[in-house]
Design a protein around this ligand. Structure first.
Ligand SMILES: C[S@@+](CC[C@H](N)C(=O)[O-])C[C@H]1O[C@@H](n2cnc3c(N)ncnc32)[C@H](O)[C@@H]1O
Length: 342
């Protein structure tokens, strides 16, 4: 009898036990997850053993499958280098360390004495062989059109150039940057009960890069369900597991409220992904998530209704309207004074 849950779902369980008892071999296309590290937070006192999780994942991931592992280091005087230990644990379990990408945080309050402010975590990309899927995300090129491009120097060391046409988009680098916190990670304010979510856009970009529509995306440490939410939004199946009932309740709510397949901009080789659109969408999200007048969160419905252009929580926002009335009154008084002077 198959152990595997075929339906998408979120479960409260310890992840190694869940994998062992509930999941068949080679069923997962992509894992996007972030582990606890260095006991920075207490997740209901549960023990987390990276080696066991890596072994379990190696069994359940398909050949050509990918694990994106987002992890940092405790900085207390020096760096713990736990992130590196995790990478070695995955290599020992059989994975190839395909890339060590960087998640750069656009806003970070953690200054250090006598050191530069740390603004990144690793996004290790572990693969079971060569990745079966890679849809490269692209960004706009600085230069495009006809240009003189140097090509390989010969033994004579002479720099030769050739005429080429540079394209308007180029494949992104492996450093990705996202806003974090209340204005960047998510618009689901209730999800911030979880202390350590990663940004929705980070999960989205990895899901688009390393999987196809209909694939199974697994998060064994799903927390508030960011990966599962974005898997649903991009038309994938999702499976989330977390030890905490409180967090899986948040994850279930977030997934329930997400419209399946609502993010349709799939990158492909023939249809370069328009990162400008993404960048614009990100900056609008960051700028407008709160009412500029009273500071209350702008609801998802209003956000959608206004095509992401809302600056007030409602057309009737009392603070906005009282200021508008005050300004209108001032304008009328000024006009009246001017008339008297004339
Ligand atoms: C860094 S958080 C993940 C946050 C998630 N990426 C998000 O965006 O919401 C790590 C999660 O692992 C869970 N956890 C810790 N040990 C676990 C274990 N052995 N099995 C399952 N979940 C575990 C914690 O409850 C916590 O929610």
């Amino acid at each position: 009898m198959p152990k595997f849950y075929v339906d998408s779902g979120i479960h409260t369980a310890e992840c190694t036990t869940f994998m062992e008892t509930m999941m068949d071999d080679s069923v997962v296309d992509l894992v996007v997850t972030s582990p606890p590290y260095d006991d920075l937070r207490d997740y209901e006192g549960f023990n987390f053993d990276c080696k066991d999780v890596a072994k379990g994942l190696y069994r359940v991931v398909k050949k050509g499958g990918v694990v994106v592992w987002v992890v940092g280091d405790r900085i207390n005087g020096g760096r713990s280098l736990t992130s590196f230990n995790h990478a070695f644990a995955f290599r020992d379990a059989g994975f190839m360390v395909y890339d060590a990408m960087i998640f750069k945080k656009r806003n970070t309050p953690f200054m250090r004495k006598r050191a530069y402010t740390n603004c990144y975590e690793f996004m290790f990309v572990f693969t079971k062989g060569t990745p079966a899927t890679f849809n490269p995300l692209r960004s706009p090129s600085v230069r495009s059109g006809p240009a003189q491009v140097p090509y390989l120097k010969g033994a004579d060391g002479v720099n030769r150039k050739t005429e080429r046409s540079l394209s308007e988009h180029k494949v992104r680098t492996n450093i990705w940057s996202y806003a974090v916190g209340k204005n960047g990670t998510t618009k689901d304010m209730y999800a911030f009960k979880h202390p350590a979510m990663f940004p929705e856009n980070l999960a989205r970009d990895h899901i688009l890069s390393w999987s196809s529509r209909g694939d199974l995306v697994f998060d064994p440490l799903c927390g508030a369900g960011t990966t599962c939410k974005m898997a649903k939004a991009t038309g994938r199946r999702w499976l989330g597991v977390d030890v905490s009932k409180e967090y899986t309740a948040i994850a279930k709510r977030r997934v329930r409220q997400t419209v399946a397949d609502s993010i349709s901009s799939l990158p492909s080789r023939s249809d370069p992904f328009d990162e400008l659109v993404m960048a614009e969408e990100n900056s609008r999200m960051e700028a407008n998530i709160m009412c500029q007048w009273c500071g209350v969160e702008i609801s998802h419905d209003r956000w959608q209704l206004t095509g992401g252009r809302a600056v007030t929580c409602s057309p009737e926002c009392s603070l906005f309207n009282s200021r508008r009335r005050r300004n209108e009154l001032k304008r009328v008084e000024r006009a009246a004074r001017l008339e008297t002077v004339l």
